[in-house]
Ligand binder design. Structure first.
Ligand SMILES: [Zn+2]
Length: 305
């Protein structure tokens, strides 16, 4: 039996780390684990990553390299900015790739999480077969990634904060606009359509602490108040989608993240709301993700595929 080509994929979040070892040929996660992100000690943080990879390697074999996914801006030299990680020692200029390379004794590449989700979609998800793939991850915030021909677009994740395009004036909804978004504006797409924002809007409108998932279930069961909120949400979402078509001319936009689960039955509606056209006859396709939970691991590992 020939040796398998194994690469570790590690998705570092502000609260949790997901680590796995991927068989590059089949793009399959052979073993994985997750654990809380250690936030109070850099040394303990690096050791927790090494220990996880060592433990997974005992189960399925040693990886030849490690790809790392993180929410920060990632510079070409593998250092990060401090804006999006929310971990105290992961500050601007932190040489994340170098530190993990030293800890693991393996080649390491680091990239932004939204870009790596896009890479996973473009290679093996709903974006497969398309040239220009844009992904929107509607979660706690909104992540944006762009790939061209199976590779991240540009040397660095220049557009990962494109979720802050404006979709409304701002100030219309006190539940969303009590404070300006951290981007400095009111009425941006993230402060309207992220999972967090939708939850705040739902809570305000329905006066009950129902989840986004329950909102979509109620709308599907023809509850008028829920259906009205979903209509509003689709309208706001479409405002951003149309801007992304004019800005990036993607062949496909893949929508993922927690909110995407509820959007599947509205694909036709979103398609109808997407009126932007970059040249006569151009049409961007809208798809909802079908990737599983481990897309962060697969995207990170694919930095070495
Ligand atoms: Zn914003």
């Amino acid at each position: 039996m020939s040796a398998r080509d194994l690469v570790a994929g590690i998705d570092i979040g502000g609260t949790n780390v997901k680590a796995g070892i991927v068989d590059v040929a089949s793009n399959e996660v052979l073993a994985s684990c997750d654990f809380p992100t250690i936030r109070d000690s850099e040394q303990a943080f690096l050791e927790s990553l090494s220990a996880a990879v060592a433990q997974l390697a005992e189960q399925v074999g040693k990886p030849r390299a490690a790809g790392i996914s993180i929410g920060s801006y990632v510079f070409a030299d593998g250092s990060i900015d401090g804006m999006s990680s929310f971990v105290p020692f992961l500050i601007h200029g932190y040489p994340l790739a170098d530190r993990i390379r030293d800890a693991f004794g393996l080649p390491v590449r680091v990239d932004n999480d939204a870009r790596l989700i896009c890479l996973a979609e473009a290679r093996d998800g709903a974006g497969k077969g398309f040239s220009r793939v844009l992904t929107l991850t509607l979660g706690t915030g909104i992540g944006v990634g762009l790939c061209e021909d199976g590779r991240p677009f540009g040397g660095e994740p220049f557009i990962h904060l494109a979720g802050h395009v404006k979709v409304r004036t701002g100030g219309e909804y006190p539940c969303l606009d009590a404070e300006p978004c951290y981007c400095g504006m009111q009425g941006c797409f993230e402060s309207t359509c992220s999972g967090t924002s939708l939850q705040a809007y739902v809570h305000d409108r329905l006066g009950a602490d129902i989840t986004n998932r329950e909102l979509f279930e109620r709308a599907a069961a023809d509850d008028p108040a829920a259906a009205e909120i979903v209509e509003w949400y689709l309208d706001m979402l479409a405002r951003a989608l149309n801007q992304y078509v004019y800005l990036y001319c993607p062949d496909v936009i893949v929508i993922g993240g927690g909110v995407a689960k509820g959007l599947g039955r509205y694909s036709d509606k979103l398609d109808a709301l997407l009126v932007a056209e970059v040249y006569e006859g151009q049409k961007t396709v809208i798809k909802i993700t079908d990737l599983k939970e481990d897309s962060g691991i697969l995207g990170a590992a694919s930095l070495f595929a």
